[in-house]
Design a protein around this ligand. Structure first.
Ligand SMILES: Cc1ncc(COP(=O)(O)O)c(C=O)c1O
Length: 398
């Protein structure tokens, strides 16, 4: 490497998304280079030993250090306002490592109960297998977080807005309760995106993303990222990832780096379109309930005004008539695709009760707010009027 780009912190976030963290080789390439290599060679055995001992800098082995992955980590850290970041193969690898890295048998976790299905599995089924107890609470109920604390509580975990209900939690208030209990707060910020919510400014200790969603944003590859202070990453994350190996591939890091360059353009446009779609559908007789974080009728609109600077590209729609009506509605769409992903350039629709949350019992789904009539819409980059027309046409036909 001949040149590392570090952008002054005074420059605007969009500028940093384009330039921050670029490592240029001796060829001076414009676009970030794809270092598709497993390892590196050393001039001498002494140099190799010294790098492994951490006495000299440099890359070692792609399970834990690769130049393209490092560029992605640095750019994410700069945009999020974190000291450090570590990339992972998927969003679930990021969530699992962020929790496991801090926990030991005998510890206790308090978590919001409205979560993406795999996040809920990790907290309520996987961690207990290793002697880590968990208590699930109704996220907006601050008293419930307080009373769930035990002497051995080490970590609080939440998604806000939550997948798929878009339930919003007061992050600053929950961070305060966590810290008073001597615990850390981990926030899965996928639904808010790095644009509209900055959990570190609200007191979070760790932020995780599925980069598979808006950060790629074009349906190409999986990825995840864990962000925190240098001390947090060194104490809890670095060694776990290095020794257990859920590494992001350099190719995916390169795709995600290119995704970051256009992240704000895409998410701003998708959010503007989602707001138009939500307004156009609100009050439709076939929609029993519409939840959108950019509308004043969102149940936690006051908290959204405090902690988010934009809405979301996601809308939760409760179709009147339950599962049969939700299926008929999805089947009547033509432009909008039925798919369980989100944050994509293409508008996508999902029925969580039979996909992302199908492994739970009806009672557990009810507790999370995942009813049989609920569909989750991820608004893409199409012209918003075409999306609205497809939705209203399908509602009228279903
Ligand atoms: C809120 C949330 N967290 C984590 C994940 C997991 O991400 P990945 O599919 O990249 O493992 C998802 C995926 O939908 C999600 O919606």
């Amino acid at each position: 490497m001949t040149q590392t780009t570090t952008i002054p912190g005074s420059l605007h976030p969009d500028t940093r998304l384009v330039h921050e963290g670029t490592l240029r080789s001796q060829f001076g390439e414009t676009s970030e280079a794809l270092f598709l290599t497993q390892g590196h060679v050393y001039a001498t055995a002494e140099e190799c030993a010294s790098r492994f001992a951490g006495e000299t800098g440099g890359f070692l082995y792609a399970r834990f250090s690769n130049p393209t992955v490092t560029m992605f980590e640095r750019r994410m850290a700069a945009f999020e306002g974190a000291e450090a970041a570590r990339a992972t193969a998927t969003g679930m690898a990021a969530v699992t490592a962020a929790l496991l890295g801090q926990l030991r048998a005998g510890d206790h976790v308090v978590s919001a109960r409205a979560l993406f299905g795999s996040c809920r599995y990790v907290v309520s089924e996987f961690l207990p297998r290793f002697g880590v107890a968990s208590t699930m609470v109704h996220g907006p109920d601050l008293a419930a977080w307080r009373s769930a604390v035990r002497p051995n509580t080490k970590v609080f975990f939440l998604e806000s807005p939550a997948n798929p209900t878009l339930e919003v939690i007061d992050i600053a208030a929950v961070a305060e309760i966590a810290h008073a209990a001597g615990a850390t707060l981990v926030v899965d910020n996928v639904f808010a995106t790095p644009l509209w919510q900055k959990p570190f400014t609200l007191g979070a200790d760790c932020v995780v993303y599925s980069a598979t969603k808006h950060i790629d944003g074009q349906g190409r590859c999986l990825g995840g990222v864990i962000l925190g202070s240098d001390a947090f990453i060194q104490a809890h994350i670095h060694t776990l990832l290095r020794q257990t190996g859920p590494a992001l591939s350099p190719f995916n890091a390169w795709v995600l780096l290119k995704g970051l360059e256009t992240l704000s353009l895409r998410v701003e446009r998708q959010t503007r379109s989602a707001a138009q779609v939500a307004d156009a559908l609100a009050g439709h007789p076939k929609i029993a309930r519409l939840i959108y974080p950019g509308r004043s009728d969102h149940p936690q609109a006051d908290i959204i005004a405090k902690q988010m600077t934009g809405g979301s590209n996601l809308i939760a729609l409760e179709i009147a008539g339950g599962k049969a009506a939700a299926f008929a509605f999805q089947n009547a769409l033509s432009l909008i695709k039925i798919s369980n992903n989100l944050g994509d350039a293409k508008s996508l629709i999902t029925h969580p009760a039979t996909t992302t949350h199908q492994r739970f019992t009806p009672a557990e789904r009810a507790e999370m707010g995942v009813s049989d009539g609920l569909v989750r819409l991820s608004v893409g980059l199409e012209h918003p009027q075409d999306v609205i027309d497809d939705l209203t046409h399908a509602l009228d036909r279903a």
